[in-house]
Every structure is written in C-alpha cells, then in structure tokens.
Unconditional design. Structure first.
Length: 117
C-alpha cells in the first residue's frame, strides 16, 4: 500500500509560478513511476508529466512542455512539479499518482491550482 499527499496548490496570477509536492509513504519501492495528472471541471483527467523512480527519465504533455519541470528527491520519497509561466487553462485539481506507467495504482487526494487572468 502506498500513501500520497499533495501540497503546494493555490491561487496565482497568469505568468506566475507554483511548486507542487507529493510525499509518498508505504511500499514506494514497488512502484515504477510517479506522475502528475490534472482535472478541470467538465473535462477528463489528463496526464501532465511523469518521472521514473529508478532512471529519472521524464515525460511531459505538449501543453506543459517547456513550462513545467518534474523532479524527485529519493531520500524524501517526494516528487515535485515546478510550474512556471502559468496560464488560466492550467487551472485544475492536480493529482499525484504512482505505479507502473499506464497503470496508476495509487492516488493522492488532489490539490487545487487556480490561475487568474
């Protein structure tokens, strides 16, 4: 069992930055990757970025490429999402998840990010 707790969401003006954190506990060694998803009202949940536990390989959605940076601190079992040049369309609830890529087994409760224009 893995527990994930997100933090760092909030309200920011367009062009601003936020850093989200996701602290993992439990059997994190059994997971392959950590990812951030987001969901806006009326839209499906979409993947934003993921990072591999072991290799540190990363992947980004085209909509955030060049603006968001995913990283992790293995010693703290924490993954971060640095979000720069935020746009109103980035407004969403952001979720942290972990598991094999494409089969995300464990989810956090989500943190709200609101970008005002």
């Amino acid at each position: 069992q893995v527990q994930l707790v997100e933090s760092g969401g909030g309200l920011v003006q367009a062009g601003g930055s936020l850093r989200l954190s996701c602290a993992a506990s439990g059997r994190t060694y059994s997971s392959n990757a950590l990812a951030w998803f987001r969901q806006s009202p009326g839209k499906e949940r979409e993947i934003v970025s993921f990072i591999m536990w072991i290799s540190d390989d990363t992947w980004y959605a085209d909509s955030v490429k060049g603006r968001f940076i995913i990283s992790k601190d293995n010693a703290k079992d924490t993954v971060y999402l640095q979000m720069n040049s935020l746009k109103p369309e980035d407004t969403a609830v952001y979720y942290c998840t972990t598991g094999p890529v494409g089969r995300w087994d464990y989810w956090g409760q989500g943190t709200q990010v609101t970008v005002s224009s």
